[in-house]
Design a protein around this ligand. Sequence first.
Ligand SMILES: [Mn+2]
Length: 245
Amino acid sequence: MDLQQTLGNRIRPSLPGGVRIYAMADIHGRADLLSQMLTVIDADLARSRPQYPIHVFLGDYIDRGPETCRTIDILIRRSRNHKMVFLKGNHEEYMLEVIRDPSKLQEWKQFGGLQTLRSYGLNPSLNPSAEEQADLIQRLIHTMPKSHFQFLQRLRPTFSCGDFFFVHAGVRPGVPLNNQQEHDLFWIRDEFLETDEDFGKYIVHGHSPVQVPDIRPNRINIDTGAYATGNLTLLTIQGSRMLAL
Ligand SMILES: [Mn+2]
């Protein structure tokens, strides 16, 4: 892709020397695609031998796809010997919300929570009563490995490196990057997607599926709807070069 053409007169964003970032968004339980991509990264690491490789995941690891549990396992295991940054998506925020308040279970099911429950071996009935809902969440809490809870609780809202700013959904126009509300960072769509405001950093995000990575003067969207399309995009950034695969 020709970023320079897209950028016009804006300055090309760049990373500090030696840093190579591998970014992925919206895995949504597709552990199969994640594993494939990690193999691609391993080959790239062996070939390019960057000084400071960093994996950045833009959130929405869970729901919709069939393998939430295995997805989180793979990420936790790999983070033991790789530098990895895990951002929070709206789905993880909602799951933590359901654990606090089981009455939100019905709504969670509407955006793919059922697949998450199933991946942990739970099988709720079609219309569970309030009592069943509370019981189900209790069972989820007991079934989920502690490490998975920690993973969910430690997710960060944003990550910034050099001229790049990584976030799940986007940022609110007109608000400085260091003063954004979490709800916007995890959920925002139109107000962010429609603006060409220069945010001071180049925004790398997911959350709003596109057919191919959408590169704009102020942002790049790498959510290619993996759970439905089978296309998980890997964005590699080094210096001021970006490569989407
Ligand atoms: Mn999302």
